[in-house]
Design a protein around this ligand. Structure first.
Ligand code: GLU
Length: 371
């Protein structure tokens, strides 16, 4: 189903270290890299939004810092990442600038995606970059991430980025061309599974049989990324990235494994807001705001008449009309104390009231589910 890629509105492309970096020289594989940049430019031309999750900082930096081959200690890989990340970002900037594309570097830690407040911040930065037509180049912030609290592999990070931005397609480019039903080495009957609709135990058992690149992730982390993506209503594809123009190859029907979700990102995300969170407070709104929300608008502070409960910024709250009936649920962009201070006021008055310039909306419509 190659059109799943060409028709996606918002794409996340994960590039593994083995594709980007020549293991022998520790340098970027230039020709291949240019062909990838051309593919990304083609996606942008079609109007698709693209995010890149790229590994390679450690592989690029280790040679420069003179670390020997083999496994690095944590502090060695952190040091390698600190220098390699500069080269990595520079390479993307240079290659995509030739196609008139602006890149933006985002370095995330696990906390940035697991703590709701920071998650919201990272998400709005990504959304803003996409709105401005930039291509975010994302990696884990390896220089500060410690062993207990890090992703360690960019497969799951890419899954999280796809989920957090409501992407509809996640492409994992690696040196395997998909998920095999048996070990392809020495097993002539082993075949790629073209489509997976649910990551069952049986599928997970197959992951053990497929080798993967010299980056941290293997097929196991790819399936973990798949679980995150599918739950968020996002398609995922595992394809061989070694060939030139690897995205065009997937679009051309090349070998790969597609993971197909049941719903679409919006419904999955809104289900999450509506159902799985324990609301810790509520907002009462006036009739004008009820009408605005019903028309698909965001909730502004001006329409809020009361704030109940204690909650942090980004937590789920119930939205009620003047009679106390639940009209919806959403993620409030302000903590309860600040929400109380700005309720009833115009958005442009927020800065004067709080001393910082927060969001114009109390609950953005993307974070709101009507009852
Ligand atoms: N963040 C690591 C790097 O850029 C790679 C992690 C992975 O191999 O998935 O070198």
């Amino acid at each position: 189903m190659p059109e799943r890629l060409s028709k996606a509105r918002r794409l996340v492309v994960k590039i593994g270290s083995a594709l980007l970096v020549d293991e022998a020289t520790g340098a970027i594989r230039r020709d291949w890299f240019e062909s990838l940049a051309a593919d990304i430019a083609a996606c942008r031309k079609r109007g698709q939004e693209v995010m890149i999750v790229s590994s390679g900082s450690i592989a690029l930096g280790r040679k420069r810092l003179g670390f020997a081959r083999g496994l690095l200690k944590l502090e060695e890989s952190q040091a390698a990442a600190a220098t390699g990340q500069i080269q990595l970002a520079h390479a993307y900037e240079e290659a995509l600038a030739r196609h008139g594309i602006t890149v933006a570097q985002i370095l995330l830690t696990l906390d940035d995606t697991e703590q709701r407040r920071r998650y919201l911040n990272a998400r709005s930065t990504l959304n803003m970059l996409l709105r401005q037509g930039a291509v975010p180049v994302i990696n884990e912030n390896d220089t500060v991430a410690t062993s207990e609290i890090r992703y360690g592999d960019n497969d799951r990070l890419a899954g999280r980025v796809a989920q957090m931005t409501g992407a509809d397609c996640l492409v994992l480019l690696s040196d395997v061309d998909g998920l095999y039903d048996a070990d392809p080495n020495g097993n002539p009957d082993a075949a790629i599974i073209p489509e997976v609709r649910e990551i069952t135990r049986e599928i997970e058992a197959m992951a053990g049989t497929t080798r993967s690149d010299y980056g941290t992730g293997g097929m196991v982390t790819k399936l973990k990324a798949g679980k995150i993506a599918l739950a968020a209503g996002c398609h995922m594809v595992i394809a061989d990235g070694h060939r030139m123009n690897p995205l065009a190859a997937v679009q051309g029907g090349g070998p790969c494994t597609w993971f197909v979700p049941g719903g679409n990102p919006r419904t999955a995300r809104k289900q999450w807001i509506a159902g799985t969170l324990e609301p810790s407070g509520s907002l009462t709104i006036d009739d004008g705001a009820v009408k605005a929300l019903a028309a698909g608008k965001s909730l502004l502070p001006a329409g809020v008449t009361a704030v109940e409960g204690r909650f942090d910024r980004g937590e789920a709250v119930i939205v009620r009309d003047a009679a106390g009936t639940e009209v919806g649920r959403g993620l409030c962009a302000y903590a309860s104390a600040d929400a109380r201070r700005i309720m009833g006021y115009k958005s442009r008055e927020i800065e004067g009231l709080l001393g910082y310039r927060g969001r114009d909306e109390m609950i953005h419509r993307d974070d709101l589910v009507m009852a």
